[in-house]
Design a protein around this ligand. Structure first.
Ligand SMILES: Nc1ncnc2c1ncn2[C@@H]1O[C@H](COP(=O)(O)OP(=O)(O)OP(=O)(O)O)[C@@H](O)[C@H]1O
Ligand SMILES: O=C(O)[C@H](O)CO
Length: 524
């Protein structure tokens, strides 16, 4: 254990923050990749995104171009993994105009933030916001349900003079459970757990959650009527769909029982659903009725995405330029099986490093993979154009940036995560792409700092991975078959390739990075 822990000292990741940096020419590609990752994560810190989205002007605030008068009428609720830091910042900005608040945040988060030296993300002692911790292991529980009740209660008490600020981030669904009776919390949990285990997407999961909950799918905004509602949202879903992030509690959405049943049917779960769920779906959905309510005024609700994977990639792109690379952002929506995604990055690296005009088969395969990995042909063509220019016109080093959330089909019982598995697979794809002095480097990291049930956020690899592993007696294929990427990277070179930023307090899915060094003149 002591050996494993020693791997997790946040070494190079934070090593550059607040210190004089080594000159660019002395920084390795790996160090630059870590620095860019740190910038991406820094851009979407909960306090930063809230500060950037609220402009305080005497007794009013401007949010996304809308002005709201402050008359000691502001109430605050929130739910999600990044919400504590968001709430702390919002309270600082709103001062004593904030009357009262309730937030539902992950179990143990306050203690964890203290231990990680992140006190600035905690509420002040005399805060008017009540913090309720729950949803241990990201699963809805009685504590989270109590918090959801507190949040609903606060919303119900509001009048037309009030303004409700709703802070939302990933993990919000589990932190705001409010099953529609007669469904019990356990029954609702069982349905979503079975769906998740069967491989349902977050859109499918949240379609079902919205149908079974009072507060999701616009239910919270409805409770707050006739008050004005402003929701600040840190997105952890590809494409930033307001109605799916945390199951859209402030976004009116119709619930169609047929749609919910078709999701359950797709995963062969219709027969397994309890009578209470059938009962709720069988009746005209309360949410559907509620959404037809004439008093539900949508102009009273304003939803704003204040942080996302795109925001993180944009800032990362600026840092990439400072670090001597030409940035190209492929897409913030990379998804699909990790094998297809690793193949894509391998092909793009081959395309960029090709000594001559790359064979047309490479571009053709890249374009064929597009739909499988959620990337438009247009984005693939644009990216290949930049990579091609880098090669033919001597642009120097290039850095491809992307984001999203690929999936891993679990076949083994090892310890790992999708970022570490992706990095491992890309390392194999890069084999043989050695350029003097070093070939392309690939980084994949979860912006929340935690990749699956491991202490790492991801890993950094290059084409030398296979030989390095062999020399140390590690059989890569065995580790891959067993989904044991964390054990692999922990053992390889004393864990040096692991990316271990520690708790980041935010979550905008994953960041991928392919750093391509300049192609030497003699092989261009
Ligand atoms: N041994 C493993 N190897 C590879 N991937 C794994 C392994 N174990 C779990 N995973 C993957 O990790 C993912 C869960 O990762 P994680 O806990 O980082 O959640 P997340 O999707 O980032 O959720 P959240 O947004 O709530 O943080 C699942 O997609 C699962 O398939
Ligand atoms: O809470 C949720 O539903 C997921 O994190 C997606 O936002």
């Amino acid at each position: 254990m002591a050996r494993v822990l020693s791997l997790f000292r946040p070494k190079p990741f934070l090593a550059f923050v607040g210190r004089r940096k080594p000159p660019l020419c002395k920084m390795s590609l790996d160090s630059r990749a870590q620095e860019v990752f740190a910038t991406a994560v820094g851009a979407v810190q909960p306090d930063t995104v809230v500060r950037q989205s609220i402009e305080r002007k005497e007794d009013s605030v401007i949010i996304d171009g809308h002005k709201y008068a402050l008359k000691h009428n502001l109430h605050l609720v929130g739910f999600g993994k990044a919400v504590l830091g968001m709430a702390a910042e919002a309270e600082k900005i709103m001062g004593d105009h904030l009357v009262k608040g309730v937030i539902s945040v992950p179990h143990g988060i306050q203690e964890t933030l203290k231990q990680n030296g992140k006190e600035h993300l905690l509420l002040k002692e005399n805060s008017r916001i009540k913090v309720m911790e729950g949803a241990k292991h990201n699963l809805p529980d009685a504590d989270a349900q109590k918090a959801a009740e507190g949040i609903a209660q606060l919303a119900r008490e509001l009048t037309e003079k009030d303004l409700l600020l709703v802070l939302i981030s990933g993990g919000g669904s589990a932190l705001l459970p409010a099953p529609i009776p007669p469904i019990s919390l356990q029954e609702k949990f069982d349905v979503t757990r079975k769906l998740a285990a069967a491989g349902a997407t977050i859109q499918e999961l949240n379609t079902v959650r919205r149908a079974l909950s009072f507060l999701k799918g616009g239910g919270l905004a409805h409770c707050a009527q006739p008050a004005k509602v402003v929701a600040l949202i840190l997105s952890d879903v590809i494409g930033d769909p307001l109605d799916f992030i945390a199951s859209g509690p402030t976004v009116r959405s119709d619930v169609w029982p047929e749609e919910v049943l078709s999701v359950l049917d797709r995963y062969k779960l219709v027969d397994a659903i309890p009578a209470s769920v059938k009962d709720v779906l069988g009746r005209l959905s309360p949410q559907r009725e509620k959404n037809k309510d004439e008093t539900d005024k949508s102009e009273n609700v304003h939803n704003v995405v204040i942080g996302s994977n795109s925001v993180a990639l944009k800032c990362a792109g600026r840092r990439v330029r400072e670090l001597g690379f030409r940035p190209v952002v492929l897409s913030p929506g990379v998804c699909g099986d990790v094998r297809a995604v690793s193949r894509l990055y391998g092909l793009l690296a081959r395309f960029a490093c090709s000594r001559e005009e790359p064979p047309p088969e490479i571009a053709a395969e890249v374009l064929r993979l597009g739909p499988e990995v959620g990337v438009e042909s247009w984005d693939l063509c644009r990216t290949m154009q930049v990579l091609g220019e880098g090669r033919t016109e001597g642009w120097g080093a290039t850095c491809l940036l992307a984001g999203g959330e690929p999936t891993v089909e679990l076949t083994g019982k090892g310890r790992g995560g999708r970022n570490q598995e992706l990095a491992l697979r890309v390392g194999l794809e890069l084999r043989g792409l050695e350029l003097p002095p070093k070939g392309p480097v690939f980084l994949s990291g979860g912006t929340d700092g935690q990749d699956g049930p491991t202490e790492a956020a991801g890993a950094i690899t290059d084409g030398g991975l296979y030989e390095e592993a062999q020399a140390q007696g590690l059989d890569i294929n065995n580790f891959l078959t067993n989904n044991d990427s964390f054990t692999f990277f922990s053992r390889l070179s004393s864990g040096q390739r692991l990316l271990v930023p520690g708790l980041t307090c935010t979550n905008v899915m994953d960041v991928h990075m392919l750093l391509i060094p300049p192609i030497p003149i003699n092989i261009r």
